[in-house]
Structures are given as structure tokens and as C-alpha cells.
Design a protein around this ligand. Structure first.
Ligand code: UD1
Ligand code: UDP
Length: 400
């Protein structure tokens, strides 16, 4: 009997959030090794942050392009990634490339695939802030990736609606849930014991704990100073509150955070944690202040209130569900929002109900089902993720 020819799926990624969110897809593809041939190409747009996550998920890339340079500019990342990716794709000749999200690796991965006339699947498609400079350059990266994609894996019904409003053909759009919820479940979120590295951090602070991350390009400069000033004021007003901030390795972020907050006894600036260590920290936090995309989604599922230090968000679902609040980057507004949560138990309770508008932990399975459908290996179009029937999948379990 002829051996079935397996479609060759090539995952391309390069930064921390892509590594986390594609890990469940990689696992699912590997579980279907009789159906798909899978390769992993990393640009390593991030070096240390990517390696941390490759270790956590036990993934050894087939190709590592190692493009990161300290202080790299957007055009440097774009040029280095695009050239190396096209050469690699020419050699590997996969049947489909999968990219996730909105980084420069994502856009260049899709563009290189297009140049090689290879089909593109976009995971986490259809997120839009409708402001081309916020987040910068991610809003445009994901729009350009959308133009190049053949399959659009929208995480939520809202993302699907945005794609359809841009005339993306409906038959190319599948609502899958966000793979970050699958990744959280892989960490056994809320139930696994806290790893030693995280426990040691938590022991160093006392009282209530605010977890902070800030790294976005549009927040560097004045906005960054305003956010740090807000943190100074919050810990001044609340002597029982401490801040833990695992800093992004970007030297601009580190320099500014250390300058403004480095010596404060209630503020702990530390190295980034791997995902095993970071998920329990999000669950243990009383409050999260962040400009991260992924953390907004995770915090909703964990039921940790999150203040988003941005003027726009392409993730309105967490705000509609009441777990996230968009607070901008003005010092006063951030302090006022944090103060309300730290002093008003009913406001706090309203924001700390775990909810999962972003997925049910089945996104990777749906994506692979869609791939089977696309390649004619199954006849039935997979059903979309629906936000009304996921109640049993909420990740509960914030430690007391
Ligand atoms: C990138 C993505 C952003 C994503 C973020 C996740 C783009 C344009 N931006 O932004 O969408 O939210 O990753 O973290 O793709 N660095 C290291 N080691 C690392 C990672 C970064 O030293 O492991 C330093 C390097 O000096 C690097 C700088 O951080 O030059 C910035 O990294 P870069 O990937 O260009 O941008 P991010 O701000 O990380
Ligand atoms: N994260 C982590 N360790 C840290 C900080 C963040 O594992 O010290 C995880 C976090 O849980 C989320 C992802 O990294 O899944 C977010 O990455 P980042 O903030 O770099 O990117 P964004 O989501 O903003 O694009």
C-alpha cells in the first residue's frame, strides 16, 4: 500500500510570546505525526527569552537563524529575518507555514512564504486596535500578515468579525480560541506547586503583591517614566504593597526601570521567569499592571485583575468580561485605578472572577483539525470555538 504523503507544516517563530502560544500547536502536530510532517524554524529575534521557552516546552528547532542583535532596529530585524527565512523556506519547501501573532518575525515569515509561494496560516488573526501606531509596529504587522494569509485562525468571534469586515473570505476564517489558554493548561495553571525560583521571589516581598511588566515600544520614554512614577506613588500610599517586576532584557527598559525604581525597598526588579515560574506568579499576584498582550489574556483566565497601561487594546474581550481595565499611561489615572482596587473589596471582587473569553484550551486541536480539512484529509469543516459553551474550561485556582 502506498504510504500517505503527509503535508509538511513549518512553524516559524522568534520571540517569547510566539514560543508560548505555538507550543500547544507544536505538541498537537507532533501527536498527529502520522498525518503531518512538522518542522520548526526560529529566527531567534529574541535569544534568551526564546531559549527559556524552548526549554520549558522541550522543543529543539530544526533551524535556528540566530538573528538577534543588542539594540536591533525594526528594519534590521526585518531585513535579517526576511532574507534568512526566504533562503530557509526555499530549501525546506513546506506545504504550509504557520506564524502566530504580530511580531516582525510573524510578518517576515508570512512575506518570505509568499515569496516562495507557500501557503500561510495565521494563528491569532484578526486582532485590531484600529490605530496604526498602537501597538507599534504590531498593529500593522498583523494587518500585513492578514493580507498574506490563506488560513486565518481567529481566537474569538470578535476577531472573526473584524476579519470579515475587511472582506477576508469567510471560508478562510476559523474561530479556534487562543492557544495561550492551551499553554496555560499545559502549565497546570493554578494547581501546580510554585517552582523554587518563584517562591524565592515571593518570599522577598511582603504583604499584597503587584506584578508588573512593561516593554512596548510606544511606552518607552515619557510614558515609561509616568508608569514608574505611578508605581512609586502606589507603594508610597500603601506600605503593605510590594511590586515584583520581571524585566524584559531590552536595555532601554532595564536602564529606565533601574534608574527610577532600582533602590526602592518595596520594589523588586528581577530577571524574566520561565513560563513554569511566571504562571504561578500571575496567579499569586493581587493585581497585575502590564502593557503585555498575552498577560491580558492569561490574567482573565486566572482571575487576577489587570490594569493595562496602554491607550488602546486589540483585546477588548477581557475588558468586556470585567477582569481587565484600560488605564492609559498617565500617572494619576494609573494610581487612581490601582487605589480603587486596593481599597474597595467589591470593586476588587468584580474584577477577580476567572473568565475565559479567549479560549477553552482546545485551540491547538481546532487548528490541526482545520489543517486536516484544508489538506483534504477530513471532510467536515471543524466547528468554531464559541464563547457561550466554555464554562467548564475556565482556569480556576488562584492560591489562597
Ligand atoms: C518584540 C515584538 C513585540 C513583542 C515583544 C515580546 C516586534 C517588532 N516586537 O518586541 O511585538 O511584544 O517582542 O517580548 O517584533 N533582548 C535581549 N534578549 C532577548 C530579547 C530581547 O537581549 O531574549 C533585547 C535585545 O537588545 C533586543 C531588544 O531586547 O535588541 C529588543 O528586542 P526586539 O525583539 O527587537 O523587540 P521587543 O521590544 O522585544
Ligand atoms: N512571561 C513569562 N515570563 C516573564 C514575563 C512574561 O513567561 O518573566 C510570559 C507571559 O506569561 C506571557 C508572555 O510571556 O505569556 C508575554 O510575553 P511579552 O510580554 O514578552 O509579549 P506580548 O504578549 O506583550 O507580545
Amino acid at each position: 500500500m502506498d504510504e500517505m504523503v503527509r503535508p509538511h507544516i513549518c512553524l516559524i517563530y522568534g520571540t517569547r510570546p510566539e514560543a508560548i502560544k505555538l507550543a500547544p500547536v507544536y505538541r498537537e502536530l507532533k501527536q498527529r505525526a502520522g498525518v503531518f510532517d512538522t518542522t520548526v524554524v526560529v529566527t531567534a529575534q529574541h535569544r534568551q527569552l526564546l531559549d527559556q521557552m524552548l526549554t520549558v516546552f522541550g522543543i529543539k528547532p530544526d533551524v535556528d537563524l540566530d538573528i538577534m542583535r543588542e539594540g536591533q532596529t525594526l528594519s534590521q530585524v526585518t531585513c535579517r529575518a526576511l532574507e534568512a527565512l526566504q533562503t530557509t523556506l526555499h530549501r525546506l519547501a513546506p506545504d504550509m507555514v504557520l506564524v502566530q501573532g504580530d511580531t516582525t518575525t510573524v510578518f517576515t515569515g508570512a512575506l518570505a512564504a509568499f515569496y516562495e509561494q507557500i501557503a500561510v496560516g495565521h494563528v491569532e488573526a484578526g486582532l485590531r486596535s484600529e490605530n496604526k501606531y498602537s501597538p507599534f509596529p504590531e498593529e500593522i504587522n498583523r494587518r500585513m500578515t492578514g493580507v498574506l494569509a490563506d488560513l486565518h485562525f481567529a481566537p474569538t468571534p470578535g476577531a472573526r468579525e473584524r476579519l470579515l469586515a475587511e472582506n477576508t473570505p469567510g471560508e478562510q476564517v476559523f474561530v479556534t480560541g487562543n492557544t495561550v489558554i492551551d499553554a496555560l493548561q499545559m502549565m497546570n495553571a493554578g494547581c501546580a506547586p510554585m517552582p523554587d525560583a518563584t517562591a524565592r521571589l515571593v518570599e522577598q516581598v511582603s504583604g499584597r503583591m503587584i506584578l508588573v511588566t512593561v516593554h512596548r515600544r510606544e511606552n518607552l520614554g515619557v510614558a515609561f517614566t509616568q508608569i514608574c512614577t505611578a508605581l512609586q506613588r502606589i507603594v508610597h500610599d500603601f506600605p503593605d504593597v510590594s511590586v515584583i517586576w520581571p524585566m524584559h532584557p531590552n536595555p532601554i527598559v532595564r536602564r529606565a526601570a533601574e534608574e527610577m525604581l532600582g533602590d526602592h525597598p518595596q520594589i523588586l526588579l528581577c530577571e524574566p521567569l520561565d513560563y513554569f515560574g511566571f504562571v504561578p506568579l500571575m496567579a499569586a499576584a493581587d493585581l497585575i499592571i502590564t502593557d503585555s498582550g498575552g498577560i491580558q489574556e492569561e490574567a482573565s483566565a486566572l482571575g487576577t485583575p489587570v490594569l493595562v497601561t496602554r491607550d488602546t487594546t486589540e483585546r477588548p474581550e477581557g475588558i468586556a468580561a470585567g477582569v481587565a481595565r484600560l488605564v492609559g499611561v498617565e500617572t494619576d489615572t494609573i494610581v487612581t485605578a490601582a487605589t480603587e482596587l486596593l481599597t474597595n473589596p467589591s470593586a476588587y471582587a468584580r474584577m477577580s472572577e476567572p473568565t475565559s473569553p479567549y479560549g477553552d484550551g482546545q485551540a491547538a486541536r481546532r487548528i490541526c483539525d482545520v489543517l486536516e480539512f484544508h489538506f483534504g484529509l477530513s471532510e467536515r469543516r471543524p466547528e468554531d470555538f464559541s464563547t457561550t459553551d466554555h464554562d467548564d474550561a475556565t482556569i480556576a485556582g488562584r492560591p489562597q
